[in-house]
Design a protein around this ligand. Structure first.
Ligand code: HEC
Length: 194
């Protein structure tokens, strides 16, 4: 009787062992992670969705950004000498040139700048720090005068450092275009703006 009982215990143990799931198989090589987005790719994405081209790329006569002049700012050949004449009235605040790159408002006339890597007329000679500061602080060249409307730097200032640096990295890879953008025209009675 005693023997029979221990025999049953052994059978039970064997059964339990047989029902226990096998140990997990040894780890196999994991599927390769998708390649991380490079800073330049991230910057391209940010420049696209934040519509930098909407203001910094001159428009064609059809009213679309002319991508052969991508992000080169107000065309130096298009002369704008001051606010529209006669001045805006009837509740209108802002006028925009047909290139979409010269903006007239209570701040005078501002011109969208050359964001291409041309060293003389664009941002090719800028440091990454100057670029981040220009957008974070809204300062010309990163440390100069306050940037004028309609540059939406107050919104872009919320980008992370990493994203701002990615935008700069991308802008350094686009075709350099030599285009000297004029200085802003101050409103009547105000001193000249550099
Ligand atoms: C709504 C129009 C508008 C949009 C959109 C816009 N900008 Fe601007 N931006 C301007 C104008 C106008 C100026 C010139 C302001 C001035 O002269 O004070 C400017 C100036 C700048 C400057 C300062 C250049 C300097 O010489 O100091 C930088 C940098 C800049 N923009 C980057 C960008 C980037 C990057 C984007 C997209 C993420 C962008 N802008 C989108 C209108 C715009």
């Amino acid at each position: 009787m005693k023997l029979a009982t221990s025999g049953m215990v052994i059978v039970a143990l064997v059964l339990i062992a047989a029902c226990t799931p096998p140990a997990a198989p040894p780890p196999t090589a994991e599927a390769p992670a998708p390649p991380a987005q490079s800073a330049v790719e991230r910057g391209k994405y940010l420049v696209t969705v934040q519509d930098c081209n909407g203001c910094h790329t001159p428009f064609t006569e059809k009213g679309e950004p002319d991508m052969t002049r991508m992000l080169s700012g107000h065309p130096q050949a298009v002369s704008v000498t001051g606010p529209p004449r006669p001045p805006l009235s009837g509740g209108w605040l802002v006028a925009i040139s047909n290139t979409n790159t010269a903006w007239s408002g209570p701040w005078g006339v501002s011109f969208t700048t050359n964001l291409t890597p041309d060293r003389e007329t664009g941002i090719g000679a800028w440091s990454e720090e100057a670029f981040v500061n220009a957008i974070r602080q809204g300062k010309k060249g990163g440390s100069g005068r306050d940037l004028l409307p309609p540059m939406p730097w107050r919104m872009y200032a919320n980008l992370t450092d990493e994203d701002l640096k990615a935008v700069f990295a991308y802008l350094q890879t686009i075709p350099a275009i030599e285009n000297r953008v004029p200085n802003p025209i101050p409103p009547p009675g105000a001193p000249p703006t550099e």
